[in-house]
Design a protein around this ligand. Structure first.
Ligand code: GLN
Length: 191
């Protein structure tokens, strides 16, 4: 198995460290050709407007749809979750891959000062996960085919739709690798 981390902007290095810890072959992806041969891709957190512009400039807007159609798995964390979402409610003009049937509100948890940490229960884990939320997007709606794997105060914070996964928090900023492990073992391996 080989995984990639989209390395145009944001905290891609932390995802690379996490995958390295788990012994997975990993590649930083900056050009669409670098998607070749990958089984899965992580889109990191960062600033989603900037990321969307860079993705368009470098052709990832179409290449990632093809990657998914050809059997690739995609996990978006935070800004990455915005990138995979079908709908961005507060910035409808912002481009996204429109892959996952979720609607997100980019800044609904508030500004930087409203960032927070919390121990959350996640369906697929036996014990709580310490989740870091940094200007997290709020998932406002999930479609029928979307499975909610965790909630915080009733709001979905982790969801999966087949080979697509979204988390609005940042598992890569923790030493706890269980969510990366789940992506590798269950989401990427589900194809
Ligand atoms: N809310 C931010 C945005 O819209 C994402 C923040 C993050 O990735 N930590 O870009």
């Amino acid at each position: 198995m080989k995984l990639g981390v989209l390395a145009l902007q944001g905290d891609f290095r932390e995802h690379i460290y996490a995958l390295d810890d788990l012994g997975v072959q990993t590649r930083e992806v900056r050009l669409v050709d670098e998607l070749l041969g990958l089984d899965g891709l992580i889109i990191p957190g960062g600033e989603s407007t900037t990321m969307a512009k860079l993705m368009k400039n470098y052709g990832f807007d179409t290449a990632l749809n093809e990657f998914y159609e050809n059997g690739g798995a995609i996990w978006g964390t935070c800004a990455g979750a915005i990138a995979v979402a079908k709908e961005i409610v507060d910035f409808p003009q912002q481009a996204s891959l429109e892959l996952m049937d979720i609607a997100v509100d980019r800044n609904s948890y508030g500004r930087q000062v409203a960032s927070f940490e919390a121990d959350v229960d996640i369906d697929i884990l036996e014990t709580a996960f310490h989740a870091i939320f940094i200007r997290a997007p709020r998932i406002m709606r999930v479609g029928e085919g979307v499975e909610v794997l965790a909630r915080y105060n009733k709001d979905p914070i982790m969801a999966r739709q087949g080979r697509l996964m979204a988390t609005v928090f940042h598992p890569e900023l923790e030493d706890d690798r269980r969510i990366h492990e789940y992506f590798i073992n269950e989401v990427v391996n589900s194809k």
